[in-house]
Design a protein around this ligand. Sequence first.
Ligand code: ZN
Length: 486
Amino acid sequence: MKTFFSTLVMTLLAVSLLSGQVMEKQARKYAKTIIDDDLTRHLTLLASDSLEGRETGKKGQKMAAEYIKNHFESLGLQAPVDGSYFQKFNLYQTYRGEAEMVVNGKTIKNLDQMVYWANVPFEKNEIEIVYVNKAQEEDLEGINAEGKFLAFKADGQFTPVLKSLEEAGAKGAIVFAEDSSRMNMVLRYGRYYATHGSLSRTEPSKDGLASVVIYQELADDIFGKSLSELEIGETAKAELYAEINTEVIETENVLGYLEGTEKKDELIVLTAHYDHVGIQDGKVYNGADDDASGTTAVMEIAEAFVKAKEAGHGPKRSILFMPVTGEEKGLLGSAHYAENPVFPLENTVTNLNIDMIGRIDSVHKDDREFVYLIGSNRISTELHEISEAMNDNYTKLELDYTYNAEDHPDRIYYRSDHWNFAKNGVPIIFYFNGTHADYHQHTDTVEKIEFDLLKKRTDLVFYTAWEIANREERLTIDEVEEETEE
Ligand SMILES: [Zn+2]
């Protein structure tokens, strides 16, 4: 005869199993709405030549944003940014323009004998130069850097030295390149930046450190003696002029919001970047894998959750579907969101980020049913366990954690949009297929996408999101270890 207690336990267990089975049945049912045809249709459109490689701020990026928005709108997702699907923000495209330095009546031409190496505009003005050897701590002893240009001999990477001079109050720096091959490299970079410019979230400021990289031989023109004869503290005067041209570029993240049925303040964020690198040398960089594949996955997962909700099986927690812009320019869209979150980051339970899931890498050419997972165990062990359980139960892919190793030289954990959530303590998983010969080439095209794999990996993200959205308790966070960005 059963005791009352064991009957109770059996009953409770049966109830929870039953609800587990019901949930599982529902999850499988809505995963089936993620179909090859839809994945193919979205991805083919996003990666088509007409979208011109979706470069941030350009026409193709706007067309992609519009396409994703229309999809979200047709699904009936809410537009959460004051009634809009777009979170718009400005970026600053900065070009280094004309620059020159005049010493003792002689003009030193930019991109020829020198490279103006800063996004700091400089009106034609006299500058005072002080020689400080290699600008090491001992070299700077007794030197008043305030408002001066400090001239030093580079020895390897000079960027850290520039930083320290700025902190010391210098107005600028004259960097003598260590040899002509280093100088040629700087000249190449200088010419590249002059034509391509650089993109950032902050406007160039006059207050930064102006810097000039220059051939060592020019010490004679500036100081009247060669570098080897110069002593610390010797001074010279010159005239410097540098023009910086800035273009303001408006861009946007696309946000579609599905409100939860029970715990609607808690939020799961699904991201993938929909921008890519545009047109280069007349060739469209289609970015089919990078990251039309992830964008497509997010669009299809959104549809699956909407269908579930329409049938009365909506997720308990809310879900934000957010294809982001500006990833290729330095994770700019996700950085903007993390600094201006539409929903509080404290209520953000997890971020699942997808960047390239439609291909395989050479490591897996004989066992193609895999995906790299990065970050799943870094903030919440529970997230990692759920992710593994979902894969065991449903998708049965090989989960490869190679890139999750803390000392992996590729530092993938810091290189896609999830990082902007992770650095704020939000548990994340990054889904990735590794790199291949077509990575960041114009040959990353649709016909190379393996749609059956894209479907399987999309399913894994869907099942993981489904479980986290519907489980009773919010994900628990491990004891926090400080993460620092290098
Ligand atoms: Zn990329």
